[in-house]
Design a protein around this ligand. Sequence first.
Ligand code: F6R
Length: 248
Amino acid sequence: MSGNIKLQICDTAAAVATAAATAFADLIRTRPEAVIGLATGSTPEATYSEMARMHKEDGLTMAAVTSFNLDEYWGLGGDHKQSYRYFMNDRLFRHVDIRPWNTHVLNGKARFPGLECRSFEDRILAAGGVDLWLLGIGGNGHIAFNEPGSSVDSRTRLVSLTQETIDANSDGRFFSDPSEVPRCALSAGIGTIREARALILLATGAKKADAIAAAVEGPFSPDCPSSLLQDHPDCTFIIDAAAASKLT
Ligand code: F6R
């Protein structure tokens, strides 16, 4: 089944970044007070660089934009270099004119995780919902930190990371040893993500090819959390040729 997922296959990872940044810039130019969802990880880094360039050189303003991030490691504060709050400040927020108080990243040091997750969902509702949410995909098909087995209607919550995700994030790009990676995270749920009015999922490189094939052509199943986007009314996968190489 491929459902409604639209595919945009680019020759290179650089072209993926340009296409994704252009989609966000088009939205923000049409609707300056847009509510956007963001992701962390290696894949969106080039997209954020391109958005920063568009701000600096093409007059893109994010002054009225509100953002929500997918997830945060449990136990890491925003001053920790591997926290997703730190990542977002470093890769995007400090390079553009988004107002810090309009950027919502779950607090990995919240005293009560359940209350923090509820408040995150409430803030999305109060903002009027997310117009366009950027996603990455794990090698095991995860979206945000919704690991295989996560339900289609899951909400923002405290989750455990799989060993595969811990290993993937300690290959030297972020953490250098698996023992440094937090075992848990706060993550937007699949139900939370599915409520965004539009979704763009990015994938680059051959390491993502199996996950992309399972998400697009496999069954609609919690075994591959990204397959649970197949019935979303406006979901586009922007991927490079290597990530598309196992599609039939
Ligand atoms: C990060 C996130 C994760 C990543 C995924 C891919 O906010 O939600 O699902 O998108 O693990 O990470 P990279 O891009 O580093 O391969």
